[in-house]
Design a protein around this ligand. Structure first.
Ligand code: CA
Length: 250
């Protein structure tokens, strides 16, 4: 059961916050207590008690504008219909990078590691204290807001982050070194995901009018970029060849 070190509710402690938290937990008592404590901190909490309903809700929100999306998810592992690990795995597979805090009755190291391997950001084992849960939520939201707002122009696709102001790129959380041409190529691709570019268009955008080489230069740069971005450059998942036309990103 939960330990009962819940801080007293006081209006003075209420803070205005626009952070939206999706809470997916099937045990009524735990769900209600967590929601009560987070709402007391000023967060907006949406409660869901099974995995399928959570996925339907997330799917509908992904089609709406940014202001409707959740800022973080608290996810119980043992859920009816679809379990927490599968939800986490599915969200990450779709490129959803929302911070996820997993709750679990399991405490074995393997479960903890498994939770983090499927893309969760943090992990809390039941029983836990409400103080700790709130502190961890606050830390996750703060970390995420620093990542998002330090560079307002940051571009993200799945696990690639491009920081235009800092001229740097991370892939799977690892910084990679790109030449200026590779960087500008990737920036162009990420600015217009899914758009198909022919080689002439890429040359005009990246190399400009004074370019003296031929269109094979584009292919060479694409190959270098793939070697730095892709897990398997021979089966790219980011920079896709569109036969007869050129390339597209995503
Ligand atoms: Ca459960």
């Amino acid at each position: 059961m939960l330990s009962l070190d819940v801080p007293p509710i006081s209006a003075a402690r209420k803070r205005q916050s626009t952070c939206r938290i999706l809470l997916i937990e099937d045990e009524d008592l735990i769900r209600n207590m967590i929601a009560l404590n987070l709402e007391e901190e000023g967060y907006k909490v949406t409660k869901v008690n099974n995995g399928r309903e959570a996925l339907v809700l997330l799917e509908s929100h992904s089609l709406q504008n940014e202001s409707r999306k959740f800022d973080m998810i608290i996810l119980d592992l043992m859920l009816p219909e679809i379990n927490g690990l599968d939800i986490c795995r599915l969200l990450r597979h779709k490129g959803n990078t929302v911070p996820i805090l997993i709750l679990s009755a399991k405490s074995a190291e393997t479960d903890r590691v498994l939770g983090l391997e499927v893309g969760a950001d943090d992990y809390l084992t039941k029983p836990f204290s409400m103080k700790e849960l709130v502190a961890r939520c606050r830390a996750l939201l703060r970390r995420n807001s620093i990542n998002t707002f330090a560079s307002p122009n940051v571009k993200q696709y799945k696990d690639i982050y491009l920081f235009p102001d800092e001229c740097r790129v991370t892939v799977r959380n690892i910084p990679i070194n790109l030449s200026p041409k590779e960087f500008r190529l990737l920036e162009l691709f990420m600015t217009y995901p899914k758009r198909v570019w022919d080689r002439e268009q890429l040359i005009n955008n990246i190399w400009g009018d004074d370019f003296l080489g031929d269109t094979k230069t584009v292919d060479v740069h694409i190959r270098w970029l793939r070697e730095k971005l892709e897990l398997d450059p021979s089966h790219p998942e980011y920079i896709i060849t569109v036969r007869g036309f050129g390339y597209r990103f995503g």
